[in-house]
Design a protein around this ligand. Structure first.
Ligand code: ACO
Length: 333
């Protein structure tokens, strides 16, 4: 039997520390004007000493459970997307989150799809719900990007921020909630955005650390060109699969990487900017957390209401990309 899956609750958490562009002028050779003009970012949140991706994820999950009006006992799986896990490779950050939430003996695992991670996570969770294996799943996107950026590289460190967002995905009648999803990747672009050292190919040594290969390396221009093409394309593919035209969309919730990429995607789809949710100015690029944080704020500010048609679309390292089309159900703020 096939079931539908809809988001029944949303939550988020961001660190309290705000780092403005002016603050960054003291860290690297940059200006507020350059960052705002090229990216649309004004400020971002940065974790405190000792605070981890998992800590943010736990708070976002608690918020999502509250918003869904359920407890952790009602959850049958935790799918967490991150590229900045609490430890390097194992165990999964989802297992720390599971324990902190008071759950045990349910599957809790991480997925790695960088900034497309939440879109991937929703699709994975959807399959478990559609087949009847699970009734309610926590889908989380959480990152502490400030831990992996090179704070001497002005071309990348100004772009990112930390945060977490979570959704309770719940069984619903077919035809409600998620109407279609498209996910894809192209490993030919893997070298464009990566953390070269720290894995099995290039374990951490004094030499790799000395050359900063444990930090994020990015070909910004190439990623930009890819992003402006793929955002519109991915969203259109998901809309086609659902048999919906862009003019019917009530809200587009894109990955918040750069205002120019967001505007170009909306433009290519013929969607006016009033129908696009934007918070990149306040959080920067929070990778896998950006879409669930944006969805949470969209609901809490009344931009996303019951019955609305919403499209989420993301791109990221891999290269990966994907989009979900959803008919929004009742979600308590
Ligand atoms: N402040 C001042 N000057 C800067 C800065 C900075 N922070 N960063 C770069 N510059 C300089 C460059 O050195 C260059 O100077 P030069 O001409 O003397 O060499 C000049 O500004 C122009 O640099 P460009 O790279 O051409 O700037 P561009 O307009 O391409 O913008 C940016 C750069 C913002 C990085 C853009 O390419 C971009 O947004 N790319 C996409 C990045 C992205 O979204 N990555 C995340 C992917 S998601 C994931 O999976 C994590």
């Amino acid at each position: 039997m096939t079931f539908g899956a809809c988001i029944a609750g949303l939550g988020m958490d961001v660190p309290v520390r705000i780092v403005t562009n002016k603050d960054l002028e003291a860290v690297v050779d940059t200006t507020d004007d350059w960052i705002v003009t090229r990216t649309g970012i004004h400020e971002r949140r940065i974790v405190a000493d000792g605070q981890s991706t998992g800590d943010l994820a736990v708070k976002a999950c608690e918020d999502a459970l509250r918003s869904a009006g359920i407890t952790i006992a009602d959850i049958e799986m935790i799918v967490l997307s991150t590229c900045t896990g609490d430890t390097n490779m194992l165990p999964a950050t989802a297992t720390f989150v599971q324990t902190a939430l008071g759950a045990s003996h349910i599957p809790a695992f991480d997925i790695s799809a960088a900034c497309s991670g939440f879109v991937y996570g929703l699709d994975i969770a959807h399959q478990f719900i559609a087949t009847g294996r699970c009734r309610r799943i926590l889908v989380v996107g959480a990152e502490a990007m400030s831990r992996v950026v090179d704070w001497t590289d002005r071309a990348s460190c100004v772009l990112f921020g930390d945060g977490a967002g979570a959704a309770v995905l719940e069984r619903c009648p077919p035809g409600q909630g998620i109407l279609s999803t498209k996910i894809a990747s192209n490993g030919a672009g893997a070298c464009l955005l990566q953390i070269p050292a720290g894995g099995s190919r290039e374990p951490l040594t004094a030499e790799t650390v000395g050359t900063d290969r444990q930090f994020l390396h990015m070909d910004g221009k190439a990623v930009y060109s890819f992003a402006v093409e793929i955002m519109g394309e991915a969203a259109m593919a998901a809309l086609d699969a659902a048999g919906i035209s862009p003019s019917e969309i009530d809200l587009l919730v894109p990955h918040q990487a750069n205002i120019r990429i967001i505007k170009s995607a909306a433009d290519r789809m013929g969607i006016p900017l009033e129908k696009v949710f934007i918070n990149v100015d306040r959080y920067g690029n929070t990778s896998a957390a950006s879409i669930p944080i944006a969805l949470t704020e969209a609901v809490r500010t009344g931009r996303l209401k019951e019955g609305d048609l919403v499209v989420t679309v993301g791109f990221g390292a891999g290269l990966t990309w994907g989009a979900n089309v959803m008919r929004w159900g009742q979600v308590n703020p």
